[in-house]
Design a protein. Structure first.
Lengths: 347, 347
């Protein structure tokens, strides 16, 4: 790759030390005295030597690379999640392969195989729709630690970091009930993700708790995106007895629902209560500011990376399942009188 | 990393062929007949052997890894750009390190150093604010091909892929002039990026061409984000003689401007004309749908990756500077009567 690769021998010669001393400096060994270290580092800088970590990794049979595969980088939630992971990974002296599966299980398999060939020390995966536990078996069998985030993959022998989708959804619906709503919808998402199932269960249980009969017509499926939210409103508007408020699968859907409502002349937060899920950066500045269940995507990314690094350092066979707490952040889109930003804290 | 690593010798033994034959199959050599190849591949699958590409890269002194560093992954434009790069990189059998510099030159230096230590074959960089040509010199001197995207880095001996910011901005302002606006603002961005300078120049030249005196008060700086757009509107509202329309630095700012206008009771596209720049996915479904200068972020990411792969294959010393064409996409936010989506095509 390099036109004229400087070698350890060149550095040793220029610095007037042995080749072993140079190697010790490169490995950050405490056995070299400060003055020698400085001299060697100064020669390294002058000669433009780059430590070949690929070779070092092979010699040491351990890699400083982690793999991260997310299902949709164009959804702000996953971009913020990736940014959180990036912070922790880089600070720990690792570098990450980061790929986008675009919800394709085939593509996910290809990128994981490619990352594995390139020697990852561990993998963080937000699985594409339709991923099965068996898909991760070869990786797990090889002893590479895997942390599954966001979407649960039941049956997989991996560590998981999920948000408390059930409690969050329940709190959101309780809030809408407390504002007097009885026709409450659930908008966005498809049946085949664990996230959808858990949030829907929270929605159903909160309705039951309030003595409100569930109306299946008010559960409107759509893509889990802004465009999906617009489409969901269109279908909701066809109903004779519409909802007056809705919990949306995520913030992207909620923004789309706000857009769709405006298209038909309904002001979100006034004519219709909207609650999202995630609390992406944009939720705070949107108009109306979005009431949402905060998952803290960057914080979740950081925790996922910490969990993976812990497993890598521990040798990789301990599985941990963590559920991060969430909280309802009441802003303007649900039509509630705004008191403060962090109104309801949940465990 | 792996608990029981299968070796080439194991495969040769199980398949009843020589070790060299297994190696040839792993390298995809045409010297092995089809039947033998199938037998070897079947044993490889059975034994769960993973080709150690890191070792292969070292032996061949070439890597199948590219580095991608973007300044802000939480801005949809850059996320979509990265997704475009990802598509091309993966299809070509490469895998990418992808990092987010968060506009920090220090962090950018660290991640590039880390990627280099891990043996990248080339780098695509959307530079952090304040990056200087000299920052890339060590990388360039080592013969690693570099493609700089989005933000020009004058003086750097690298290939570049930029969008035609000047022409795009000019077309947008011409359009606002054609709608009868004479008080036209430029909202968002800071002075220290090339993108800002080029778009501002297009804005100024279009005003001059129309015989409209530039009013510096209508150029409102802010962070190049949605929150920045909201802040820019607040400052615009303090002016005695406000703008009636604005070209925004990018779509993120434009969405924030729409949010900010609604906060003060002005409906974007009716009481105030808003034009963005980029055409992120959300621009189409937003309400009002955003009139914007389309850069096609995914397409731009694809072209950047193609350019880098071309340089890697060619040996890396040819520099190319490409400017991608842009087009004004007229939707609802500028208040124009909507005729069709791709109204004005530009070379």
């Amino acid at each position: 790759m390099s036109r004229s690769r400087t070698t350890v021998v060149d550095i040793a010669h220029a610095a007037g030390v042995s080749k072993s001393t140079v190697s010790l400096v490169l490995q950050g060994s405490p056995l070299v005295n400060e003055k020698t270290r400085e001299k060697v580092n100064s020669v390294i800088a002058d000669l433009g030597y780059v430590y070949n970590r690929g070779a070092a990794n092979l010699r040491q049979a351990r890699s400083k690379i982690v793999g991260i595969v997310v299902n949709d980088l164009t959804n702000s939630f996953f971009a913020e999640l990736a940014v959180g992971m990036d912070m922790v990974v880089q600070s720990a002296g690792y570098v990450q392969f980061l790929a986008h599966s675009g919800e394709s299980v085939d593509r996910q398999r290809e990128v994981i195989a490619s990352m594995r060939e390139n020697g990852i020390a561990g993998l963080i995966l937000s699985p594409a729709r339709g991923t099965e536990a068996a898909d991760l078996k070869p990786l797990i069998d090889s002893g590479i630690p895997v942390v599954v985030v966001v979407r649960n993959l039941s049956g997989a022998k991996v560590s998981t970091l999920l948000s408390d989708n059930y409690t969050g959804a329940k709190a959101a619906v309780r809030h809408l009930v407390s504002l007097g709503h009885t026709r409450i919808g659930f908008m966005g998402g498809f049946l085949d993700t664990a996230v959808f199932a858990e949030r829907l269960r929270g929605y159903r249980d909160a309705l039951q708790e309030a003595g409100i009969a569930a109306d299946e017509a008010l559960i409107v499926h759509s893509a889990p995106s802004r465009a999906g939210g617009v489409a969901a409103v269109e279908r909701m508007m066809l109903l004779a007895d519409r909802a007056t408020a809705a919990l949306c699968l995520n913030d992207a859907v909620a923004f789309g629902v706000c857009d769709g409502l405006r298209t038909v002349g309904i002001e979100p937060g006034k004519g219709f209560g909207v609650i999202g899920f995630d609390d992406v950066i944009e939720a705070k500045t949107a108009v109306p500011a979005l009431t949402t269940v905060s998952v803290d995507p960057q914080g979740m990314g950081q925790r996922a990376a910490q969990l993976l690094l812990k497993q890598i350092n521990a040798g990789g066979n301990e599985q941990e399942s963590l559920v991060t707490s969430v909280r309802l952040v009441v802003r303007q889109s649900c039509g509630a009188p705004v008191r403060n930003n962090h109104l309801e804290e949940m465990a």
